[in-house]
Design a protein around this ligand. Structure first.
Ligand SMILES: [Zn+2]
Length: 191
């Protein structure tokens, strides 16, 4: 994850956030942290270009040592896949008047860390929701506001929006059973 800033050598905590973004770049075979770091940097730089900020001094900060050291030419780019992304990033950077790169230790990169956790939580939540939809047909009413899922011993309680399954008990977030009951009773949403 990367952030750009107009000030020269800001301390990380002084960084003035002009744009926050996060997302899941991809998944599956061939997807690596390094690909994600490069993609995040490319997105950030493209965004700055679109804002017409190419005349500004930009510092690219990242907690990815590989990304920063490759941009600083301290590390060689060896993988073909990263080479493509590296070239794309360099091409984008040419538009800027002055650009520098700075590696920051992960512990200092709270902002990016929090954003990547948020993105992860959101995809997890989307998955639970999808599974919940598949379970709608198995929802069984026990009594008012109390439900079960056919074949499971869990009790879903709509009085306090809880479920007795381990997923809910551990995380206190809406599980697939709760989603299923909410969909089944049409009392959905307010995620
Ligand atoms: Zn549950």
């Amino acid at each position: 994850m990367s952030e750009a800033n107009r000030k020269a050598k800001p301390s990380v905590n002084e960084v003035n956030i002009i744009k926050k973004d996060y997302g899941i770049v991809g998944s599956g075979v061939g997807m690596t942290n390094n690909v994600a770091e490069y993609s995040a940097a490319i997105n950030a730089i493209e965004w700055l270009r679109e804002q017409g900020l190419t005349g500004e001094k930009v510092t690219l900060l990242s907690d990815s040592q590989l990304l920063i050291f490759q941009l600083q030419k301290r590390y060689a780019v060896q993988s073909d896949r990263l080479r493509l992304l590296y070239d794309q990033l360099i091409e984008n950077l040419k538009a800027f008047r002055k650009i520098s790169f700075r590696w920051i230790p992960r512990e200092q990169n709270y902002e990016a860390d929090a954003l990547s956790r948020e993105a992860y939580q959101q995809t997890q939540n989307e998955r639970r929701k999808e599974r919940g939809e598949e379970l709608v047909k198995d929802v069984v009413k026990i009594e008012d506001n109390l439900f079960k899922i056919k074949g499971k011993e869990y009790v879903i309680n709509l009085y306090d929006n809880s479920c007795t399954c381990p997923d809910f008990v551990k995380r206190r977030r809406r599980c697939k059973h709760l989603w299923a009951v909410l969909f089944a009773t049409e009392a959905k949403y307010e995620a």
